[in-house]
Design a protein around this ligand. Structure first.
Ligand code: GLP
Length: 245
């Protein structure tokens, strides 16, 4: 008997950022039932999808509540929750306030960050996230799971790659203001969400998208773990799909 095909992440390619946002919003809303837990990522890639969900709510196409709680994918260490650059602030501002989500995340100022990472990891697992929204780093990172992250990794304290700190410096006064560490949901934690929706835009993500979809499932490209998820979607524009063969 031939073994069944392993599940493969579905790659959906769209002609514009607006179409990527609409498709991602469809995939996210499809599995939410008003009381679910929604996993939220920061970064520029999911913003269009968040805007589209908010637009549908405001126009009455979609009714509140779309979900009860929003769970952060990651958080910088060392920033107060009220700091405009903390991921809790970003997520509230960009999407959660408009959707009236109760936002849960790791405390970036916890006295014992390792214990806080463990506590938050347990909370996420107990919440049973219905759909996790994800971006992808240029280096293939997922959340702040940088290359080299164990595929079985749990929620933990991580050191940020220098490329990631440089990429994220645009939000801070100076590159040295970017925190060096963060708490991130681990790859195994992310994989527990019932659906994954990864969003990538632009040619600068092309190599990471190709490695995630077509490369070996390997810590060198943490995002490649999506190939093992039974209900994962990677939604991209043509530019980000440019290296997928
Ligand atoms: C940050 C986040 C990631 C995100 C990445 C990509 O590093 N921790 O979760 O995927 O940025 O950001 P962008 O979508 O802006 O390219």
């Amino acid at each position: 008997m031939t073994p069944p095909h392993p599940p493969a992440a579905r790659h959906l390619v769209r002609d514009s950022a607006d179409q990527v946002a609409a498709t991602a919003a469809d995939l996210i809303l499809e599995v939410l039932d008003g009381v679910s837990a929604l996993g939220l990522a920061t970064g520029s890639s999911p913003l269009g999808a968040y805007d589209e969900i908010v637009r549908r709510v405001r126009s009455g196409e979609v009714r509140l509540p779309v979900a009860q709680r929003g769970y952060l994918l990651d958080e910088y260490l060392g920033l107060a929750a009220g700091d405009p650059n903390s991921y809790a602030s970003v997520i509230r501002r960009e999407v959660a306030d408009a959707l009236r989500l109760d936002v849960r995340g790791p405390d970036g100022q916890a006295a014992d960050p390792h214990a806080e990472a463990e506590r938050y990891g347990r909370e996420v697992v107990e919440a049973s996230v219905a759909v996790q929204v994800l971006g992808i780093g240029r280096n293939g990172h997922l959340g702040f799971n940088e290359p080299g992250s164990d595929l079985d990794s749990r929620t933990r304290v991580v050191r940020l790659a220098e490329t990631t700190r440089r990429d994220n410096a645009r939000f801070f006064g100076s590159p040295t203001d970017v925190p060096t560490h963060a708490i991130t949901q681990g790859l195994a934690t992310i994989m527990r969400a019932r659906r994954l929706v990864v969003i990538a835009l632009g040619a600068r993500k092309a190599d990471a998208v190709a490695a995630a979809l077509r490369g070996p499932v390997d810590p060198a490209c943490p995002a490649s773990i999506v190939q093992r998820h039974p209900d994962a979607y990677v939604v991209t524009d043509r530019e980000a799909a440019g290296a997928v063969r």
